[in-house]
Design a protein around this ligand. Structure first.
Ligand code: FMN
Length: 363
């Protein structure tokens, strides 16, 4: 049987939806995607209070005691927000775990997951299996981060409730597939939650992703320049000042293809037009990065990052730059990343999903 997503009243889809997607109340079907060295409690809380999903990678909190305090801050902050604004839609928070066998901190991270109960856990770099019983035990959902149909099938077989289909154009370690082809192919065998991301930074992109069959959109780069991100001001400004032509995809830094800001590569002594195909000893910054680091830096990358050196000289990465001029669906008077408002706080007042479906007005 060919499963289609949530177009229940479509003539081509007489099947009822298998899954109750109403379990997540959101103002917009968007995740502020987990970003290494960028997402922390402030960004998670701001995103959730704005009515979207707020996510962060647990390795951003080092040592593990810091993770305990971040998770406490998030759960207490959200409880306070619910008390203070009972009528507001507060989005769920999400922890992003590295489930690769070489992540020696995984058992401790999972203990904290069991303690603080993030409604969504996204697993990366390994099977979602280690998280499933624990997260299901308190009623949470496990999504697996995947970049291919092969990995998507494996994650579904392992029991994932959802897939984060990271597609071409994604910030950080990127995917390769068109989000439309990826989501469509996944929907052939999976009727659970589907997130897709990669170069989506406005309402037109959100509307397109949802129309293609996804339930949610991952937006990462869009949130790098906001006030609540942990990026430096110079990094935020570079993201705002950049456009699509200022990006290059290269495996020359971490060993895995990633989207890099050309200006930051230059600032680190690299030539964006002549990047090595893999990290090598002759390139200044690249030579100091862990060879073979996997997607989202990989366990070895994280070990290196734990050393603290990453903050000093890692070139900045990003996906589709938020200042790319696109139709104005979700752009509005309120300050949010991408309108040239570096460091502005997150506000979703302008993010009115139905407006996505209006055709662009020609002026
Ligand atoms: C600076 C940066 C760091 C990232 N770090 C992580 C990470 O630690 N874990 C992860 O699963 N994805 C990570 N990602 C990928 C995002 O979660 C998301 O897939 C991506 O940003 C979506 O593409 P976009 O940036 O074009 O919106 C990172 C992305 C960026 C830009």
């Amino acid at each position: 049987m060919m499963l289609r997503p949530s177009f229940n009243d479509s003539p081509v889809n007489p099947e009822p939806a298998v899954m109750d997607r109403s379990s997540f109340a959101l103002r917009l079907p968007v995740f502020a995607a987990p970003m290494f060295l960028i997402s922390g409690p402030a960004l998670v809380l701001a995103a959730c209070k704005a009515g979207i999903v707020g996510a962060f990678p647990t390795p951003n909190a080092r040592p593990v005691e810091m993770l305990d305090s971040w998770m406490r801050e998030i759960t207490e902050g959200l409880a306070r927000a619910r008390d203070e604004q009972p009528a507001s839609t507060i989005g769920p928070w999400c922890a992003n775990l590295v489930t690769h066998s070489s992540n020696t901190r995984l058992p401790e991270d999972l203990e904290l997951v069991a303690k603080y109960k993030p409604p969504i856990v996204v697993t990366a770099l390994g099977s979602p299996k280690p998280a499933i019983d624990i997260v299901h035990g308190y009623g949470g959902k496990v999504f697996a981060d995947v970049i291919s149909i092969h990995l998507a099938r494996k994650a579904v077989a392992a029991g994932a409730d959802g897939l984060a289909c990271v597609s071409a154009g994604a910030g950080g370690h990127t995917g390769f597939l068109s989000p439309f082809a990826f989501v469509s192919a996944v929907r052939e065998f999976f009727d659970g939650y589907v997130v897709t991301g990669g170069g989506i930074s406005d309402g037109w992109g959100v509307a397109g992703a949802i129309a293609s069959g996804a339930d949610f959109v991952y937006m990462g780069t869009r949130f790098i320049p906001v006030a609540e991100s942990m990026a430096s001001d110079a990094y935020k400004q570079m993201v705002v000042d950049s456009n699509i032509d200022d990006l290059v995809v290269s495996a020359g830094i971490t060993g895995t293809p990633a989207s890099w800001l050309k200006a930051s590569l230059r600032a680190n002594g690299l030539d964006p037009d002549n990047m090595p195909s893999r990290p090598n000893g002759s390139t200044t910054a690249a030579s100091r990065l862990p060879r073979g680091a996997g997607r989202t830096c990989g366990p070895r990358g994280r070990a290196w990052a734990r050393s603290g050196r990453s903050r000093r000289w890692l070139p900045w990465w990003t996906g589709w730059p938020p200042n790319t001029r696109r139709p104005r669906a979700l752009r509005g008077a309120d300050a949010h990343a991408g309108d040239g408002m570096t460091g502005a706080p997150i506000s979703m007042e302008a993010l009115d999903l139905p407006s996505c479906h209006r055709p662009p007005t020609s002026t």
